[in-house]
Design a protein around this ligand. Structure first.
Ligand SMILES: Cc1cc2nc3c(=O)[nH]c(=O)nc-3n(C[C@H](O)[C@H](O)[C@H](O)COP(=O)(O)OP(=O)(O)OC[C@H]3O[C@@H](n4cnc5c(N)ncnc54)[C@H](O)[C@@H]3O)c2cc1C
Ligand code: FES
Length: 336
């Protein structure tokens, strides 16, 4: 209510400037144009993992179970966006995510080890389709437990078996017992969890839909096994596939025509990251080519798909590119 009154008052006083800009100065969470969240609590849930509890501000439109959210963190004067699975149930007042610090990881190390209650972070929209119906078998490794927590806390599935693999100190170990699922913990110190283990742990696994999230090798092994068995399988990857670098590829100057931001990008840096590093506020979701949140029309020049090496050139019909998996192939312009 207070935010609404302030919005009306500032609109009268400061037109044509945006009232939102002034509200953000009073309280960063009141801006609907640039959504943000405030960290209200942190909790260590694994040796390198911290759960962040966030109060979302104006402009947040909620989420569905299994979705993820972009968090923006300012480091050395630049905003960096990364994606984190939402572990809290939809509709709750507060949002939770759990961040595992990865070696040399700038944002994860900051969020897991440095961020404190009171800190404000950028907030993207919820995105993702990691979910399924009917009897489920969830297979997770390490920090891949997070989307499973979000699904189970969000009430997805009334017949769920969760097989979670981790080394010694399992991420979210204390929370597993409270989940509405039959939980099997696998200690990966005694050997990598294999699809063949399912015959012992979950004998009826072929009558369930698999949901898998964890290291790439785990996802590849279990999705191949599901394929062989004719079992439906939905996967969530935290890291994009390896980048394909075309021989002799050069980058170029990228113009984001809507924001007017101009970035210089090499041949292996996604347009999304190049634009953000140059100060553009660009739409993004998964940041790995799945959700299509980041798309823009290529209005001039050419871009190369970082996963397939394919070239898209403006003028060949309506060329819509995913900025998170496309790099400049010479100077180009995108209408974002
Ligand atoms: C859909 C989705 C959901 C995700 N959910 C979560 C989540 O719930 N919790 C969570 O902790 N992370 C999650 N991630 C991963 C997260 O977005 C970041 O990639 C991760 O935190 C690393 O970011 P960084 O800035 O620290 O590393 P960067 O600075 O981007 O990379 C530094 C180094 O770490 C390597 N690296 C990057 N990502 C990973 C990774 N995931 N594991 C190991 N090494 C990596 C890079 O190759 C590079 O060598 C999710 C990613 C996606 C796409
Ligand atoms: S951010 Fe999801 S496809 Fe680009």
């Amino acid at each position: 209510m207070i935010a609404g009154m302030l919005a009306r008052a500032t609109r009268v006083m400061f037109t044509p400037l945006l009232p939102d800009d002034f509200l953000a100065v009073v309280n960063p969470l009141w801006s609907a144009r640039v959504p943000r969240a405030r960290i209200v609590a942190t909790r260590r849930v694994g040796p390198a993992t911290t759960e962040l509890t966030l109060r979302t501000g104006a402009g947040w439109h909620g989420h569905r179970p299994g979705q993820h959210v972009g968090l923006g963190v300012d480091l050395a004067g630049r905003r960096h966006w990364r994606t984190y699975s939402i572990t809290s149930a939809p509709g709750a007042d507060l949002l939770t995510v759990s961040v595992t610090a990865v070696p040399d990881g700038s944002v994860s190390t900051h969020l897991a080890r440095v961020a404190r209650p009171g800190d404000v972070v950028g907030l993207g929209p919820a995105a993702g389709e990691f979910t399924a119906d009917g009897p489920l078998l969830m297979v997770s490794g390490g920090s891949g437990i997070t989307p499973m927590l979000g699904l189970l806390r969000g009430g997805v599935g009334d017949d769920v078996v969760l097989v979670h693999s981790g080394r010694g100190d399992v991420v979210h170990a204390d929370d597993l017992a409270a989940l509405p699922a039959t939980v099997h913990r696998h200690d990966s110190r005694s050997g990598r969890l294999q699809p063949a283990d399912l015959d012992v742990l979950v004998p009826d696994w072929r009558s369930r839909t698999l949901l898998v999230c964890g290291p790439a090798s785990m996802i590849d092994a279990f999705s191949a096994a599901a394929d062989d068995a004719g079992v439906p399988c939905v996967v969530e990857r935290f890291r994009p596939p390896e980048t394909v670098v075309a021989e002799g590829a050069t980058g170029g100057t990228v113009t984001f025509t809507t924001s007017g931001v101009v970035a210089h990008a090499d041949a292996v840096t996604p347009l999304l990251r190049a634009g953000e590093d140059a100060g553009a506020l660009l739409p993004s979701g998964c940041r790995m080519g799945i959700c299509h949140t980041c798309v823009g029309r290529l209005t001039s020049g050419a871009v190369r798909n970082l996963h397939t090496g394919e070239l898209d050139t403006a003028g060949q019909g309506d060329v819509i590119v995913r900025t998170c998996v496309s790099a400049a192939a010479g100077d180009c312009a995108v209408d974002l």
